[in-house]
Structure formats: C-alpha cells, structure tokens
Design a protein around this ligand. Structure first.
Ligand code: SF4
Ligand SMILES: [Zn+2]
Ligand SMILES: [Zn+2]
Length: 455
C-alpha cells in the first residue's frame, strides 16, 4: 500500500475523482495537511468522509500572519477530532516571506508546543530557513513528539542534521526533477526506517507531470524514483515507507490498543513515557512502537492512578520493569510513587533501563532518590568516546552528554545494588574499548546488544 504523507486535499479540484484515481494507483492512505484554521476545518471534514484520509491541522508559514493565540486554540480544538494524526504544516519559509520572520517563528514554536502537549507528530515545512528551523527544533525539544521534514529539498548533510534531531525525512516530486542531484543523493542515503514519500498536491507534480496540478496518485512516481536511486525493488520501498508512515502517524494504534502495563510470568512491565532525551540511531521506535504484541505508543502520559489501575492486583509479581520507547527517569516522581505503591503491595524488585542523563536533565544528582527504590539499573553507554556518542545518541547536549553518562554509571554503584552498562553494536562503536571503560569503572556488568535486533 502506498501512503501519500502530505497532500493539500482541500485545495484540489474534483477531489472525489482524485481520490478515486489514488485508490486505483494503489494509494491506501493519505495524510491531508492544512494551511490555516479554515483549511484545517475542511481537512478534518474530508478525513471524516473518506476512509483513506487522515488529517493534520495547523497554520502554514505562508499564513503565519493569521496566527494568534485564538487561531491556535481553534487548531487545538480541531486536533482532538477523530482521524487527526499530526500538527501541521508549520515551519519557516524565508523564500516567499509572506509573513514576517518573527511571526513565523512564534507560530512555529507554538505549533511544536501544541504537538508536544497533544502527543502528535509535527509536519515541518522548510524553505531557505534550515538554520532557524534546526535551532527551533533543538530549543523546543521537538524530538520528544517526533515529526517529519516534509518535501525535503536539501542535501545529505542537511538531512543528517534533521535525522539527528529525531525527524523523518519525506521526499516529494522534487526528487524527480532534472537538477535535483543533491536531493536524490539525500534520498539515497537516508536510513530506510526514517524515509517517507509524499506528493504535496496540488504543488510540485513529479516528472512526467511537472508543471501540471499534482494529485495523490502521483506518489507512485516519487516512490519509483526513490527506489531507483536506492537500487531497491519498488515493492520494498513502498512497504518500508508505509510502515514508517503508519508508525509516525499512529495508524498502528488504531489496530492495537496501547498497553500501559503487561505481565509476563512473574514480571510486570510498565510503559510510562514516550519522551526521550536522546534520539538513538538504533532505536526500534522509528519503525514501530510495538514491542512483541504490545503497542507502546502513548497518546497521553499516564498518571500514577492510571498506571495503578492498569496494573490491577500485583499479587505474584516479583519484579517490576520500566520498559517502553522512552526515558522513564524523565518522569522521576511517577517512577518513585509507583514503585512505593507496588512495593507496599509485595513487589520485591524493580529494574529500569536508562540513558544515564537524568542528572543533566534534572539539574541535580537524582541517584540518592533511587536508593531503596530501584534494585537494578541498566545504563546505555553506547560509545567509547564523546564524539561517537553524539553521533549514535544525538541530543541537544551534544558531546557534553557522554561524560555525564560515565559519571552516572560510576555513582549509580553507590545507590543501586545491580548496575549494568550496555552498548549496541552500531558501526563505529568499539566493543572492546567500551568493555575496557566499564571494567575500569569496576563493579558494573557489561552487556552487548546486537545492532538491528533491539526491541
Ligand atoms: S533507544 Fe530508548 S532512549 Fe534511545 S531513542 Fe529509543 S526509546 Fe529513546
Ligand atoms: Zn510545505
Ligand atoms: Zn504542503
């Protein structure tokens, strides 16, 4: 099934005909994006009328002059309607400069904040504005909510920066244009699990329709070109990009309800956040929020009460494990409270996996607070030096993060009975050097996980 991840359906003539044409071309889903509050209203309506259409709501940078607290409030209300799967499009466009830079920036920042609040991905438009877009994504911690740089028209170096910020990259008809060698180079190199395709209909029709109105059916031409430059079969490209789109835009969660907690034998697993401090290149969440048969994509961060309700009666539970696609220690207070309640009900031991950056994030040494609460901790070391770490686990902290991880492991031993340091065998990570670092710390287990098999 092809998925067109970006089309302005409210701007298409003869929409019913175009949707029919898309179905015939093998398009199974379309994410219809909006340009302003009126367009968002129409788009949500279109999604309600056609099974294959989902909506993104927001104010385009061209329309940023229409941005106000009130108009964003209208967007927020629309975002709670069914089949709304993203906020957007938003971003910065310094090419046409239809709205002043400062207004665009304010609108962009507040769209990201809204997306984070509603736990929806954000659809980002960039034109002649990479530097400011990157700075805002970084400052706003946009990777927590994830999103896509749509209609990507930069080079591979630029794409890499967005990937490091935790974003997917979506290619449009531009990839078929004669002079777009840089874009094709990026399309060749973006990791397959972070790649999306789109039309941006009715704009930017791919060759052989260039200059004519674009429509979702033409996403097949984009797919063909991207498959060609990557040297892979078209079917594979379609299958992989559809998986990514389903994951990013939460389509998976329609089929499988979210699990806040589940039990396997005498272990109880808790899923408390999808937020991360880092955007690990090896993370399985880029492809799917499923873990075994459980959907761990949270539409809302659960409260202590909601978690306890999901747990039910913990009789027979020996071990509690904080799992999921996220950094549990970002919700330190929730972890402490839930553990206290569970231990009072007879749970013996608690295990947690962490990135080891909690002290940096919270601005204090949190390890004494885990004393008597956490019995076993596994810290992702992930690299032999700061430079490799910043590449494998990029974050707004850059190379400052790595020494913090080492220090966290060192101090963890003073407060937690069992400490493990783990790595994933990403190319460039030197297993033996990592082992030597861990042995140098002493009293810490060392665990190696194979790249590509991380759950
Ligand atoms: S591996 Fe963990 S910390 Fe890294 S991005 Fe994935 S969920 Fe976040
Ligand atoms: Zn755009
Ligand atoms: Zn668009």
């Amino acid at each position: 099934m092809l998925i067109d991840t970006h089309a302005h359906l409210d701007s298409l003539d003869n929409l019913a005909e175009k949707l029919e044409g898309a179905k015939k071309a093998g398009v199974g889903r379309i994410v219809a994006v909006s340009s302003d509050p009126d367009s968002s209203e129409r788009t949500v309506q279109i999604a309600g009328e056609d099974e294959m259409v989902y909506a993104a709501v927001g104010i385009h940078p061209h329309e940023a002059a229409r941005y106000s607290e009130q108009s964003l409030f209208e967007i927020e209300k629309l975002a709670t309607r069914s089949k709304v799967v993203a906020i957007g499009e938003t971003g910065l466009d310094y090419h046409y400069m239809n709205s002043p830079k400062e207004v665009q920036k304010e609108s962009f920042r507040n769209h990201i904040r809204l997306a984070k609040k509603l736990k929806l991905p954000v659809v980002v438009h960039v034109r002649d504005s990479h530097e400011d877009v990157m700075a805002i994504l970084r400052e706003e911690g946009a990777w927590e909510t994830m999103g896509v740089i749509h209609c990507f028209s930069g080079d591979w170096e630029t794409a890499k920066t967005y990937l490091n910020l935790g974003f997917y990259i979506s290619f449009s008809g531009v990839v078929t244009f004669k002079k777009a060698d840089d874009v094709r180079d990026a399309a060749r190199n973006v990791p397959i699990e972070r790649l999306l395709i789109e039309t941006d209909s009715p704009y930017l029709a791919p060759v052989p329709y260039r200059g004519k109105p674009n429509e979702p059916a033409y996403v097949r031409h984009v797919a063909e070109k991207v498959a060609e430059v990557r040297g892979i079969p078209l079917d594979t490209l379609i299958e992989e990009t559809s998986l990514n789109a389903k994951n990013l835009f939460l389509f998976t969660s329609e089929d499988v309800p979210t699990s806040l907690s589940y039990r396997i034998r005498d272990s109880l697993y808790l899923n408390i956040t999808n937020k991360c401090t880092i955007a690990c290149v090896f993370c399985g969440k880029w492809r799917s929020f499923m873990l075994r048969d459980f959907n761990l994509r949270l539409k809302k961060e659960p409260s202590v009460d909601e978690l306890m309700e999901a747990v039910g009666d913990p009789t027979g539970v020996n071990e509690v494990v904080f799992v999921g696609w996220g950094e549990s220690l970002l919700r330190l207070d929730v972890v402490k409270e839930v553990v206290e309640k569970l231990k009072a009900k007879g749970v013996k031991s608690v295990r947690i996996d962490t990135d080891g950056l909690a002290n940096l994030v919270h601005g204090r040494d949190i390890l004494p607070e885990l004393n008597g609460c956490i019995d076993s901790i596994s810290v992702s070391l992930n690299a032999q030096d700061a430079e490799t770490y910043a590449r494998v686990c990029p974050s707004k902290y850059g190379e400052k993060a790595y020494p913090e991880v080492i220090e966290f492991i060192r101090r963890a031993k003073e407060h937690i009975p069992e400490v493990t340091a783990s790595i994933v065998t990403v190319p460039g990570v030197d297993v033996e050097k990592c082992r030597a670092i861990v042995e140098g710390i002493g009293g810490v287990e060392f665990r190696v996980r194979t790249y590509g098999r991380v759950g």
